[in-house]
Write a protein that binds this ligand. Structure first.
Ligand code: MLT
Length: 226
């Protein structure tokens, strides 16, 4: 990823970016996205009252307060608190964007905000980075990239983004079926997280986009649009 000096939209539709946005929407002060379980536990010592959340193999980590379901981050759990989140692919995608000049963490629910954030940045170029799964391509992330592209008609798109846009246009009326049918969507259904998939499929429903705080780069904070 040629992210250095560019703005990066890191995408993890299922589920990390969806969950991160839900936490901020429900009043979390900030989300620290970290790569390892050990770092999460270490941060609990430093960040008083932090909620530890995330997953390994889709399931909550023993000793954590919450998993990676957006429904684990209701206002009763997160309002006014710091969340420390670690997930398999999503937080890795964020850490790969560390040399970017600005970073947003987007999903289908926040695609409209990601498009607005990119427009407002005034930069010539941006990188759309898919978290994917295990280093591979994920259709649900391509759909989010396409939803963002659909809102930026003036943008010059490379071939991958054109493909994402075409995929989004063909699936936009049946997003829940489309992302529910992906390998990751099917794994989530099988593990009992079908309602997370339905929630994540609600394009443009979110009111808050997680963006990196450029003064303290470990944390994501709520961006509500310019
Ligand atoms: C990830 O980061 O790999 C995902 O968010 C996994 C999940 O669905 O919990």
């Amino acid at each position: 990823m040629q992210a250095k000096g560019c703005n990066v939209v890191a995408i993890d539709t299922l589920r990390a970016a969806t969950t991160c946005a839900a936490a901020l929407e429900n009043g979390a002060r900030e989300v620290w996205a970290v790569r390892t379980v050990e770092t999460s536990f270490a941060l609990r010592e430093r960040l008083e009252g932090a909620v530890l959340g995330g997953e390994r193999h889709l399931l909550p980590v023993p000793g954590f307060d919450a998993g990676n379901s957006p429904f684990d981050y209701g206002p009763d759990v997160v309002a006014g608190r710091t969340v420390v989140l670690t997930t398999t692919n999503g937080t890795l995608a964020l850490s790969r964007a560390r040399f970017a000049s600005g970073v947003a963490f987007a999903a289908l629910r926040t695609a409209h905000l990601a498009a607005r954030w990119l427009e407002g940045s005034g930069a010539d170029q941006a990188v759309i980075a898919h978290a994917g799964t295990g280093g591979g391509f994920s259709f649900e992330d391509a759909l989010t990239a396409g939803a963002i592209a659909a809102l930026l008609p003036e943008a010059g798109l490379d071939d991958l983004m054109r493909t994402c846009l075409a995929a989004y246009r063909s699936e936009q009326d049946e997003l829940e079926r489309a992302i529910g049918g992906t390998p990751h969507g099917r794994r989530l259904h099988a593990a009992g997280f079908g309602r997370d998939v339905a929630y994540a499929a609600q394009a443009f429903a979110g009111s808050v986009l997680p963006v990196r705080d450029e003064r303290q780069k470990g944390r994501l904070v709520a961006w509500r649009g310019a």
